[in-house]
Design a binder for this molecule. Structure first.
Ligand code: ZN
Length: 106
């Protein structure tokens, strides 16, 4: 019998668009990536109640694989339309944008 496993995938994102569709979570509660609204619940809030952004992606501060698997299992068992992305990748991409802005001459 075939087993289902979680495999990480590399995808190319437009960071500005991603920021408008991401929910950043600590434990169960999350923050809107766009307007920083606090106290959102990824299993219930499909949109940000403050800015109206639709959540398609999740990123967690936790580096604990147990927490990450728990989130992935929850997404799967509750059939949530969310994709978990790597928080460090996301942070790095934002930092890169800032660095780029620093060197912008206009
Ligand atoms: Zn928001």
């Amino acid at each position: 019998m075939a087993q289902n496993k979680f495999i990480r995938v590399w995808t190319n994102f437009n960071i500005e668009a991603l920021k408008k569709n991401i929910l950043l979570i600590d434990d169960l509660y999350g923050t809107c990536g766009n307007c920083k609204q606090l106290g959102l619940n990824y299993t219930k809030d499909k949109k940000c109640p403050k800015c109206g952004c639709e959540f398609k992606y999740l990123a967690t501060n936790s580096k604990n694989p147990v927490d990450i698997i728990q989130i992935l299992n929850r997404i799967k068992s509750e059939k949530l339309a969310l994709i978990l992305i790597d928080r460090e990748d996301y942070n790095r991409s934002l930092a890169h944008d800032i660095a780029k802005d620093l060197f912008k001459t206009s």
